[in-house]
Design a binder for this molecule. Structure first.
Ligand code: AKG
Ligand code: FE2
Length: 179
């Protein structure tokens, strides 16, 4: 697991640097390690049981900078594009790269945080996935054209509060300068 995490870190750093270059962000070394804080990397193994009526995982965006999903051959991961749900077909030895809310922020919405879910598990086999998330440092400040500036810790606190109040995450729209 430790080795897996190390490889994920290597991949997200490479991807983040490439995206920052494409976006001409010109981040200082300090800003880069604050936006993509390697020590925040978490690896989670998720099991989706067979034959339940509820969705595997409700539609959501990740609060991360980058997420990497390693799904087995059962399938079930779906993402939304232009208002339509699409299946992410399982492909042997492949990883699914997802961009999170903080990538949407740092790219000033050039890249969008993808809405995704794991569909209903009726008559499906048990499914496993290994998910890696990397986040910014708590004190990393995000500023972009449509949003009020916030620290990542403030975003996390708002997500927690919204889950308590509304039962689900509201996300970036809580920080829009013109709601
Ligand atoms: O298990 C999956 O394929 C997706 C998991 C996921 O989106 C998440 O844990 O945020
Ligand atoms: Fe997710």
């Amino acid at each position: 697991m430790e080795e897996y995490g190390r490889h994920m870190t290597r991949i997200v750093v490479t991807l983040f640097e490439a995206m920052a270059e494409t976006l001409s962000l010109e981040l200082s070394a300090e800003r880069k390690t604050s936006c993509l804080s390697e020590s925040t990397g978490v690896v989670r193994v998720q099991r989706y049981p067979q034959c339940t009526e509820s969705p595997g995982l409700e539609a959501h965006t990740d609060s991360s900078m980058i997420s990497i999903i390693n799904q087995d051959d059962v399938g079930g991961l779906e993402f939304m594009k232009d208002g339509e749900w699409f299946n992410v077909k399982p492909l042997a030895d492949s990883l699914v790269i997802g961009l999170g809310d903080m990538m949407q922020m740092i790219s000033d919405e050039e890249y969008k945080s993808v809405l995704h879910k794991v569909g209903k598990r009726m008559n499906k086999k048990e499914r496993y996935s290994i998910i890696y998330f990397v986040f910014p440092a708590k004190d990393c400040v995000f500023e972009s054209s449509r949003y009020k500036p916030f620290k990542f810790s403030e975003f996390e606190a708002q997500v927690k509060l919204d889950v308590e109040i509304h039962g689900s995450k509201v996300g970036l729209s809580q920080f829009l300068s013109i709601p």
